[in-house]
Design a protein around this ligand. Structure first.
Ligand SMILES: Nc1ncnc2c1ncn2[C@@H]1O[C@H](COP(=O)(O)OP(=O)(O)OP(=O)(O)O)[C@@H](O)[C@H]1O
Length: 265
């Protein structure tokens, strides 16, 4: 796609001292982390703790007040959408992301096929024949090839999530951002979706950044785990190490205790 080649040792994402406040509400307070290319990172945290704000900073939809947000080495936070040159860079960078929204965000008036074809038609100059082939491949990968001509309303919640996944990986993104992939699904369907994430990761090698409240999901899929609480990144590192250290906020999360370091707001 004519994008510049990035050296293999450049991480997918580096946050360096990222802070973001809305008025007096400090949502992110000096968050620093590195997510390696091709890894699966799960960010845990209570509601309202800034996980979605973090995702929006990553794709340049929000600007942090302080800090750097490096995506494949490019500082997204320094790009100014009002300047033509930066805007071009920002759009190129956004194309490196695939996004799985919490509610799937499928277009209700489009068939499954057209939903998955949408980013290809919008962002590429692929021929209709190439689009057809790619959509079939994506739907087969997520196990809903039979639903091509159905509308979202005709699908179960689990199937809609799969279609949303197919759309998120439609144009071969380098990073797939998943905002609570298992929300609204029963535990068995959630586990099936976790297996799908692992399978897509194994076969396509993309970097996954997953926002989750689901500790079982984190245990199952994560190479790296981070936990945000009260604006701070209270723990971050290889999954095994994070589980072994068992930070009090993580323990509170796991044990569902109402008393602990996590402030309930
Ligand atoms: N554009 C905005 N203007 C003002 N406040 C905002 C804005 N976006 C987010 N916030 C505030 O930032 C805080 C964190 O919100 P965020 O959506 O990132 O939480 P979250 O961790 O993703 O929560 P959940 O798990 O419930 O989805 C909240 O207090 C929210 O009200």
């Amino acid at each position: 796609m004519g994008e510049k080649v990035i050296p293999a040792d450049v991480p997918a994402v580096v946050l360096d001292g990222v802070s973001k406040s809305f008025g007096t509400n400090t949502v992110l307070d000096g968050v620093s982390l590195t997510i390696d290319r091709g890894s699966i990172a799960v960010m845990l945290g209570p509601s309202g703790t800034g996980k979605s704000v973090l995702l929006r900073c990553l794709v340049g939809l929000l600007k942090p007040d302080k800090g750097r947000v490096l995506v494949f080495g490019e500082d997204v936070a320094a790009l100014d959408e009002k300047k033509a040159r930066d805007r071009k860079k920002l759009f190129a960078l956004r194309r490196r992301f695939g996004m799985l929204f919490q509610d799937g965000a499928l277009f209700d008036d489009m068939t499954v096929f057209d939903n998955v074809a949408f980013p290809m038609r919008l962002h590429t100059d692929m021929s209709e024949a190439a689009i057809r082939e790619k959509v079939s491949d994506r739907l087969a990968r997520v196990g809903v090839a039979h639903a091509e001509q159905k509308f979202p309303a005709e699908l179960s919640g689990g199937m809609r999530k799969r279609v949303a996944f197919a759309r998120a990986i439609a144009i071969d993104p380098d990073i797939v951002l998943c905002d609570e992939p298992s929300s609204g699904l029963d535990p068995v369907m959630s586990a099936t979706l976790d297996e799908l994430i692992l399978e897509l990761h194994r076969t396509l090698g993309m970097t996954f950044i997953i926002i989750s409240h689901d500790t079982a999901e984190a245990r199952k899929v994560a190479d790296t785990i981070g936990m945000l609480a009260n604006g701070k990144l209270v723990t971050f590192g290889p999954a095994q190490q994070v589980f072994a250290e068992n930070h009090p906020a993580l323990e509170q999360f796991f044990t569902r205790a109402t008393v602990g370091p996590i402030k309930v707001v």
